[in-house]
Design a protein around this ligand. Structure first.
Ligand SMILES: Nc1ncnc2c1ncn2[C@@H]1O[C@H](COP(=O)(O)OP(=O)(O)O)[C@@H](O)[C@H]1O
Ligand SMILES: [Mg+2]
Length: 457
């Protein structure tokens, strides 16, 4: 990240050919994006204006990254006169640094190395997972009926090439599920290509997706294959699809309909054989109603909809996930796997996890790294989670119809169950009767724990 737009542009062009570049202007923005969890390497200028405490912002980012995502390498940029600060950054855990003014090739090289380290680490974990039989849908840890239901549906579509639409809040496992579907499909030997539509700067979305010919626009110094081409024979995962601009939605629609496209600035029409999996944390049906997402594109993508419920609606998964994630984090950081105290498990079970499995994963990784204790207990938890503990009371309140929340839930449950019964289990008709979208009805059914078996059409 950097406060200097020109420098950021320069970095962007140095890196975009090989990486998905996500930019952040302030430390806060950078931290937010890191929390999002999809970042492999951080590049940060050390020469940001110091904040009120007099800490160099750049150093603060190194520290924040180490705490939040210990596995993400941080590369820093320094002025040529600031070797001291650079060394300080390395002491804080930075992976490497380069000096301004820099050569693009040098930057590309350092970042490539850092990304390679990160990739090898991931690959290692993946191989170990495979070794212990965790591949394909086995990657999705959890014992809840809600998760089992999604996994069962995913298994049923895996060996087809049907387009899948994944819904679910951030961190619920949409990307793991997409990868798992690919691995269980006949396309498993071909590439799985993931692209986050949110991470792409608007002007470059098209070039990312469809590629470009040399000289197609300023900066296009070489021809480049787009994600559609790279995924040929395999699976293309379009993440955060709700973020696409209307113009790109049109182009995407055409490619999906015809499986044909041209590179930017290219004449040749290319054809690809790919399986599409799209994901969004937004309610796309609502986005369609609001006119923000094309209806025709929605129907093209929403062939097989699968919804991953938030972690707070499948709390039974928390203990087994916590144990699994602790073992994983310990292995990654060369620590002994800590035992998890029952009090810790209980406290985790009461917390709402707005960031879902990703938040649990980051939390456990942090506890493993920072405490380095043979046993993790509630004393290791951050304060905000202990403050959240009275959620227990909440859980009781949710069933107590003398509280506003309990009464509201009971009313919803009665109305939804009543509509389903009145329509003989037909969800489309029940949704119409309740004047809500079908996907919202599905969500209510799982949230309210209603037996929603019955026909879908
Ligand atoms: N059921 C699960 N079992 C194991 N790990 C999971 C599960 N669900 C999510 N994760 C982990 O949580 C993190 C977030 O998952 P991800 O698929 O990126 O979520 P999303 O795409 O919905 O934001 C990833 O590191 C992933 O490995
Ligand atoms: Mg995601």
């Amino acid at each position: 990240m950097d406060d200097d737009r020109v420098l950021r542009r320069q970095l962007y062009w140095a890196l975009e050919a090989e990486h998905d570049v996500v930019e952040a202007e302030t430390r806060r923005e950078a931290v937010e994006k890191l929390r999002g969890g999809e970042i492999d390497v951080v590049v940060s200028d050390l020469h940001l204006p110091p904040d009120l405490d007099g800490i160099t912002e750049g150093l603060a980012i190194v520290e924040a990254a180490r705490a939040l995502r210990p596995a993400v390498p941080v590369v820093v940029i320094t002025g040529s006169d600031a070797r001291e600060v650079a060394l300080e950054a390395v002491r804080c855990g930075a992976y490497g640094f380069f000096e301004k003014p820099f050569a693009e090739a040098e930057v590309a090289h350092i970042v490539r190395q850092a990304a390679r380290v990160r990739r090898l680490e991931r690959e290692n974990l993946r191989l170990r997972d495979e070794f212990v039989g965790r591949s394909g849908l086995g990657r999705l840890i959890g014992t809840s009926a809600a998760l089992a239901r999604v996994v069962k549906q995913a298994r049923a579509v895996a060996d087809t090439s049907a387009t899948v639409m994944l819904a679910g809040e951030n961190g619920t496992g949409k990307e793991v599920l997409a990868r798992a579907i690919h691995e269980e499909s006949p396309r498993r030997a071909a590439p799985f290509v993931a692209v986050s539509c949110a991470a792409l700067p608007e002007t470059l979305v098209e070039s990312e997706l469809f590629g470009h010919e040399r000289g197609a626009f300023t900066g296009a110094t070489a021809a480049k294959k787009g994600r559609f081409e790279l995924a040929h024979g395999g699976t293309l995962f379009l993440d955060e699809i709700g973020e696409l601009s209307p113009a790109v939605q049109v182009k995407l629609l055409r490619v999906i309909q015809e499986r044909k496209f041209e590179r930017l600035g290219g004449e040749k029409t290319l054809t690809v054989d790919i399986r599409l999996i799209a994901a969004s944390n937004r309610d796309l049906e609502r986005e369609v109603e609001a006119g923000r997402f094309r209806e025709d594109l929605f129907y093209r993508l929403n062939v097989v909809p699968l919804t991953l419920p938030p972690l707070r609606e499948r709390r039974e998964d928390i203990p087994v996930l916590a144990a699994h994630l602790a073992a994983r984090a310990a292995e990654k950081h060369d620590r002994a796997t800590p035992a998890l105290d029952p009090s810790l498990i209980e406290a985790l079970g009461e917390y709402d996890f707005p960031g879902n499995v990703r938040e649990l994963e980051n939390l456990i990784e942090r506890l493993v790294v920072l405490s380095n204790a043979p046993r993790l207990g509630t004393e290791h938890l951050p304060e905000k989670m202990l403050l959240a503990a009275p959620a227990h009371e909440d859980a009781r309140d949710r069933r107590d119809e003398t509280t506003l929340e309990g009464a509201t839930l009971a009313l919803r449950r009665r109305l939804v169950a009543g509509a389903l019964q009145a329509e003989g289990g037909n969800k489309v008709a029940a949704a119409r009767r309740l004047a809500i979208s079908r996907s919202y009805l599905h969500r209510l059914i799982s949230e309210l724990g209603i037996d929603g078996k019955g026909e879908d059409e």
